[in-house]
Design a protein around this ligand. Structure first.
Ligand code: SF4
Ligand code: SF4
Length: 263
């Protein structure tokens, strides 16, 4: 029986999620034996762009060329999996930025570089704004065990079961002192999807939300607490947009406000 075919692709991002796949050293040979890797430019030569069973796509969509590439991947792939927070939510490249895009482009490329292939960039979008996404593996970068778990589930015809609860839950499992409540630090754990084992709060560092929002994140309550702690609305809005500048009320289960609504 033919092995399931996969492709791993990168759009706008730091390539850290693809690197984390390559870094699955102990399991990489087993994965390579179980699937037929048709395309993975970062890891191999002789890539073929053909029909595949599963496409793993990293990065946000930020120019016309990438939009076309993503539409083409979607057309050829049975399942499309967004890997990482950029692909899932836009990531740091989509954070709210007060500088208008045209001004930023002029600053970066000047007047003489309009032929540069990156000049036609637009505000970065998560994959789901362009094509249907079947599953997200979030993280900045993704967690290796979750990628392996996802591959194993998908190869068995199941959608992976990854954490769907807030990061605070993992923090409580570890019996950490709460940095937000006890130490008044700006921690985004209550509105961030779990899965990293509360890595930062466990080292006394507040969570910056790099895994993106948890479904039905209660932003209103988080904002209320932050305001009580003395943080300004501008600071709260800026921090909340760092890794997920493109979230909408619909993404959050159409519940409460999102950070761009903070007056
Ligand atoms: S430290 Fe942060 S992640 Fe941990 S319980 Fe408090 S708010 Fe939640
Ligand atoms: S604690 Fe927060 S910022 Fe740190 S790795 Fe986890 S999700 Fe990312």
């Amino acid at each position: 029986m033919a092995k399931p075919s996969i492709g791993v692709y990168g759009l706008t991002g730091c390539a850290g999620c693809q690197l984390n796949i390559i870094n699955c050293e102990d399991e990489l040979l087993d994965i390579a034996a179980a699937v037929d890797i048709k395309s993975f430019i970062m890891a191999q030569t002789g890539n073929v762009e053909c029909e595949i069973d599963i496409a793993f796509v990293e990065g946000a969509v930020s120019n016309e060329k990438q939009k076309k590439q993503l539409l083409d991947i979607r057309e050829r792939a049975g399942l499309l999996v967004a890997i990482g927070t950029c692909a899932s939510w836009g990531g740091v490249e989509a954070m709210i930025n007060d500088v208008p895009r045209e001004v930023a482009k002029k600053d970066v490329y000047g007047d003489t570089m309009k032929d540069n292939p990156f000049y036609d960039c637009f505000n970065p979008m998560p994959l789901k704004d362009v094509v249907k996404v079947d599953f997200q593996i979030v993280g900045c970068p993704i967690e290796r065990p979750q990628f392996i778990q996802a591959v194993a589930s998908l190869l068995n015809g199941n959608l992976p079961l990854l954490p769907t609860y807030a990061l605070c839950t993992e923090c409580k499992f570890k019996e950490n002192e709460c940095l937000l409540i006890e130490q008044d630090k700006f921690c985004l754990g209550p509105v961030t999807k779990a899965g990293c084992g509360a890595r930062c709060p466990s080292n006394n560092i507040p969570c910056e939300g790099c895994r993106g929002p948890v479904f039905e994140a209660n932003y209103a309550s988080e904002v209320e607490i932050m305001l009580e702690k003395g943080y300004t609305k501008e600071y709260i809005a800026q921090q909340m947009s760092t890794f997920a500048g493109t979230i909408s009320a619909e993404d959050l289960g159409a519940r409460k406000l999102v950070k761009t609504d903070i007056p």
